[in-house]
Every structure is written in C-alpha cells, then in structure tokens.
Design a protein around this ligand. Structure first.
Ligand code: SF4
Ligand code: SF4
Length: 355
C-alpha cells in the first residue's frame, strides 16, 4: 500500500433524507471521537505530505460535534497536513457552519438536484436553497454542487444545470444513478441532454474563460484506470470497520458472510491497528486487482479487449451495486460511458454531433 492521501470518515448511518438513488442503508451506528483520533494517530506514519480528510454520512451535519472536534484535533496534532472536505444534503447548513467551513478552508460538496430536487425530497427545497444562497454569499469558491439524475429525472438535466449557472453557482457537477437500468429511450434522452449541456458549457467557457462543469474538465490523458480504494485511500465506517473506500461498505458491509467481505474489509479498527504488515499487504493486493482491464461486461466480454479501454473509467463497486458482482459492468454503463465521452469531444470540437 502506498502512502495515504485520502481518508474518509463516515460519521454515522443517520440521514434526514431518503433519496431514492442512495445506496446507503440507514442504521444507528455512529463513530465515537476516540475512534477517529485512534484512526488518525495510527495512520500518521503512512500519511502523504498533504491528505484530504473527508466527512461523510448519512448526513454529516447530524454529527456536527464530531466534525468540530476532529478538525480541532487535526489542526493541533497534524499541523497543516489535512485539507478538509464534507459532503452534505444542504438541508441543515446554517450561517455557523458556513463561517466554520470558510475558516478551515473546507471544500464542500453540496448535493442538490436542481429541478429534480422535488422528486428527491420536495419538503427540503426551502432549506437547501437557503443554504445555497448562504454559501454563494459568504463562501462562493468553497463549494461544488453535485446533482444526481436518474432515468426518470434525466430530462431535467440540462435545464437544471442552466438554472444553477444563471443563479451564479460557479462549480457544478452532475452524476447519474448507474445502479438502476437505463433503457434505450432513457439513453436517447441522455444523449440529447448532454449535447445541450456541452453546448452550454462551451458558450460559458467562451464567455467567462472558465469551465463550470467539473465533468468536462478533462486533461485528455489516456491510460488504464485503476480504482483508488486501498491503494492511497482508506475509510472508517460508523460500525468501526476500515475499508479501502466507503462504497465497499454499502456493497458488502451488511453481508459479512459474503466472501468478498473478508477480501476487502481491513477489519474493525482494533483489528486494523493490530494487522501484521503481511496481512495488510495481502488486503491491499486484493484492491490492486480492481483495474479496468480486469473488469468485464455482463456478456462476459473483458474490458481489456475493448477499443475504449484507455478512455474508460468505471467504479467497480457502483457496477456491482447493479450487477451483484464486483467489477462486472452492466450494459447500460458501457453505453453511458460512450455517450459521455462523445459529449466531451463535442465540447472540445472533436465531434460535431452526438449520435
Ligand atoms: S466501455 Fe464497457 S467494455 Fe469498454 S472498457 Fe468501458 S466498461 Fe469496459
Ligand atoms: S472507483 Fe469507486 S470504489 Fe474505487 S475509489 Fe473510486 S469511488 Fe471508491
């Protein structure tokens, strides 16, 4: 395992929303502050020069005292080592939080689905929109809005992003719910929406010199993608288990009888602390096999033989949440990858239309 450059603390399983696309199971588990201190202290010799420390939930702001105590501990004991990030549904963000985020230079991810938010949790709209205004006013460069679209809400994608741009939010990204099937007609709508989005982003870039959509901010580099989990990142989950990435817990954490649980779980925090170097290396080696060229489609075609291999990057856990098998990619994900690549080409002038 390399030096660690990214740590995620999943503070609790509690959330005040029930988003239809969320893969997390709700529960009562919550981290204790002592667990977080132990985790950070244990990893101290393995930490990179600069490390992203991410707070995640459930809804992370339901565990606000844990966030404050962790930041205070990190700043006192790990001088300038960490850059903080926090993911929130926005519904509980108040002025007090924004002041704290700004003071500690947090990079926030605010989950807001634009015109599709009402499909997600209609009652949340006033609180989330107030939080967005608050952030825009007091910490404009400190947040990115992440909007998730499903086959049902994808017709609202381009108009949602357009509205957020008009409202003056400068950092946006969209995500697609890949855990549910996308029918041919949904993919056709997606193509049209991404075509509109690419044109919109292009015009915005010409006018302002800035690319507002992080999805389109590509460096154009090609290469074989490898999942980062367990290589340079780790996550501590609310039941005190340690994984290479928090998504593995959504897939396997509630199924200890699954053979993949033992392959990918580093054990409870106390076991992880006591893990001999050889056992740690063996777990890390399992993660190292999660490379795009070892993945396969549901039709059992190896990604390693695909013409698009070096331009493709699929999260093996998200794929497994749909297919039930780690690194087995559903057919619609391949199609979506191709559609999104064509949209990026359109934006960069390498294609004239989306087909
Ligand atoms: S497009 Fe599909 S088959 Fe090709 S590399 Fe990507 S996931 Fe694998
Ligand atoms: S590819 Fe998926 S499982 Fe791997 S680190 Fe990224 S989000 Fe986590």
């Amino acid at each position: 395992m390399r030096n660690v450059s990214s740590l995620t603390l999943v503070l609790s399983e509690k959330c005040n929303f029930s988003c239809p696309y969320c893969p997390q199971q709700k529960g009562k588990n919550t981290l204790k502050i002592g667990d977080i201190f132990d985790f950070l202290d244990l990893l101290r010799p393995r930490l990179d020069r600069e490390v992203w420390l991410g707070f995640y939930g459930g809804e992370a702001l339901l565990s606000w005292p844990l966030v404050k105590k962790t930041v205070a501990y990190a700043e006192k004991n790990f001088k300038n080592k960490f850059r903080f990030t926090l993911t929130t549904n926005g519904s509980l963000v108040k002025k007090e939080h924004v002041v704290f985020f700004k003071k500690h230079h947090f990079d926030l991810v605010l989950s807001y689905d634009g015109l599709a938010q009402k499909n997600r949790d209609a009652r949340s709209l006033p609180a989330v929109e107030a939080a967005l205004m608050n952030l825009q006013q007091h910490y404009p460069d400190g947040y990115v809005i992440n909007s998730v679209f499903t086959p049902d809400t994808v017709p609202l994608l381009a108009a949602s992003i357009e509205q957020m741009l008009k409202q003056g939010h400068s950092r946006l990204q969209y995500a697609l719910d890949l855990c549910v099937p996308w029918a041919k007609k949904d993919l056709a709508v997606l193509e049209t929406q991404l075509g509109r989005l690419a044109n919109m982003a292009k015009k915005h870039r010409q006018k302002t010199g800035r690319m507002p959509l992080e999805n389109f901010a590509t460096n154009g580099r090609k290469g074989i993608f490898a999942c980062f989990a367990g290589r340079d990142r780790l996550a501590l989950l609310p039941d005190r288990t340690v994984w290479g990435c928090y998504l593995f817990y959504d897939l396997l954490g509630h199924d200890p009888a699954n053979p993949d649980y033992a392959r990918y779980c580093f054990g409870k925090l106390k076991e992880f602390i006591a893990l001999p170097a050889r056992a740690l290396a063996a777990k890390a080696a399992n993660y190292a096999e999660l490379r795009q060229d070892y993945f396969s489609s549901e039709k059992k075609e190896l990604c390693g033989l695909c013409d698009d291999l070096e331009r493709c990057a699929v999260c093996p856990v998200t794929a497994a949440l749909a297919t039930g098998t780690l690194a087995m990619i559903p057919d619609w994900t391949c199609r979506i990858r191709r559609i999104t690549r064509r949209a990026t080409s359109l934006l960069n002038g390498a294609a004239t239309r989306l087909t």
